[in-house]
Design a protein around this ligand. Structure first.
Ligand code: HEC
Ligand code: HEC
Ligand code: HEC
Length: 149
């Protein structure tokens, strides 16, 4: 064989062996167990703590039944309790652990309600400069039944 071909083949062989060796070292053991991903990731994802409960768990007997029934028949029934109150599964498991306080700032309600040209015109929107005299929205609106002014 020509010497330059020998050198080329040797380099190629080294590259292939190197690739196989490095691959064996860095590919996790469970890769390919169930498909083209790391099999262990299924268990890792499953073991993540659950942070959000469902609104129905807030509405159970001896809990926030009244707020739940007001909320579920009012304008905010499509806005999950935890959108405003934060993740509350821990609180559902143990009522002594309080969820974070609800965000009651004007800017928070404004995330959905400040006037934006891109929003559907039928969606209730207000101009923050002129609406509500710069008071907190909950001063006039009950967040659980927003038309209760
Ligand atoms: C749009 C946001 C929003 C949603 C949705 C919402 N809340 Fe509230 N919630 C608030 C705010 C803001 C306060 C504080 C009220 C105030 O300052 O008058 C509050 C107060 C409370 C309080 C303590 C005061 C009280 O009246 O006893 C409880 C309990 C509560 N919410 C439960 C719930 C439950 C249960 C749901 C779902 C069924 C829910 N909230 C949905 C914003 C919200
Ligand atoms: C995550 C988005 C979101 C947030 C945050 C939010 N709202 Fe709403 N709001 C909605 C939706 C959705 C509706 C129902 C709109 C519809 O009926 O077309 C609504 C409806 C309303 C209405 C009209 C009610 C009716 O019966 O037509 C008022 C008033 C209102 N919200 C006030 C507030 C106030 C005050 C806050 C803050 C405490 C707030 N909203 C926070 C999404 C939001
Ligand atoms: C001083 C009392 C007061 C405060 C504070 C207040 N509102 Fe209102 N809001 C009203 C009244 C009264 C109406 C009904 C008449 C109107 O449309 O102005 C209303 C109507 C609305 C509507 C329905 C508008 C529509 O055209 O369907 C939305 C949405 C709303 N408010 C959101 C908010 C948000 C968000 C805040 C806080 C940034 C807020 N309001 C603060 C008194 C208030």
């Amino acid at each position: 064989m020509q010497p330059h071909l020998k050198r080329a083949f040797t380099l190629l062989a080294i590259a292939i062996i190197g690739f196989i060796a490095v691959r064996a070292l860095i590919v996790p053991d469970s890769f390919g167990q169930n498909g083209w991903y790391r099999g262990d990731s299924v268990f890792e994802l499953r073991n993540f703590p659950v942070k959000h409960a469902e609104p129905v768990s807030c509405g159970e007997e001896d809990c926030h039944k009244t707020i739940y029934s007001i909320w579920s028949s009012a304008g905010h029934k499509t806005v999950n309790c935890e959108t405003c109150h934060g993740p509350s599964q821990e609180h559902v498991n143990n009522v002594r652990i309080m969820p974070p306080p609800a965000n009651d700032s004007r800017d928070f309600c404004g995330l959905c309600h400040f006037k934006r040209a891109a929003r559907p015109s039928g969606f209730p929107q207000i101009d923050p400069e002129t609406h509500g005299e710069n008071l907190k929205c909950a001063y006039c609106h009950n967040p659980h039944k927003p038309w209760f002014v």
